[in-house]
Design a protein around this ligand. Structure first.
Ligand SMILES: Cc1cc2nc3c(=O)[nH]c(=O)nc-3n(C[C@H](O)[C@H](O)[C@H](O)COP(=O)(O)O)c2cc1C
Length: 180
């Protein structure tokens, strides 16, 4: 069983690769009962500002999972900023624990910062299928592992993400670009 949240399809693509039994988080978020039982339960979603989207967090906070193996796959487009550690910390804050957390580099859809055509052009370099195959193998073998995070990753989150700052820097970039 794999739950997914997707804005532009990357996380759905990954979820399809990982499990046939897929459930959309927006479809179940308002269900009165959120109790789920399966041999393995996965969550696949993008990172927004290095963290899971608010709806995914709300779902994780309120759902009960009865499983031997809970895993998270976090898709991102450029810099994950220590997403695995941030997600593990979030789960801990709601009394849950993942057995496996990994990130997956895919097309970046943060349109404020990137040109979509360029992103699609460089996509082959990201070797998505190869990484997904590795993740699927890990999950099938019930690997227990949280992707390690470096101080540089953490610094991206603490120094560069505050959204206002990010939007401001993108504006600055656009302004500089527009006026030479
Ligand atoms: C609001 C927003 C914030 C994002 N933040 C990040 C980020 O912090 N780091 C990153 O590498 N990619 C970031 N991205 C890119 C997405 O995480 C990435 O493209 C993801 O694979 C999209 O998945 P989806 O198609 O399933 O929505 C962001 C995208 C959006 C729209």
């Amino acid at each position: 069983m794999v739950f997914y949240f997707t804005g532009t399809g990357n996380s759905l693509y990954a979820a399809k690769y990982l499990d046939d039994m897929r459930i959309s988080i927006p479809r179940v978020i308002h269900e009165p009962s959120k109790e789920f039982k399966a041999d393995s339960i996965g969550i696949v979603c993008p990172v927004y500002g290095h963290e899971m989207p608010d709806m995914v967090k709300e779902f994780l906070r309120n759902a009960s999972f009865y499983t031997e193996y809970l895993y998270l796959v976090l898709t991102y487009g450029n810099i994950h900023g220590g997403a695995s550690e941030l997600a593990a910390r979030f789960l801990e804050s709601c009394g849950k624990k993942a057995d496996y957390i990994n990130t997956l580099l895919m097309v970046d859809n943060f349109l404020l910062g990137f040109d979509m055509k360029e992103q699609i052009a460089i996509n082959p370099e990201k070797k998505v299928e190869e990484h997904l195959a590795g993740i699927r193998k890990d999950i099938q073998s019930r690997k227990r592992w949280i992707q390690p995070v470096t101080d540089v990753d953490r610094e991206w989150h603490t120094r560069f993400w505050p959204p206002a700052l990010a939007v401001e820097s993108v504006r600055g970039f656009v302004r500089a670009d527009a006026f030479g």
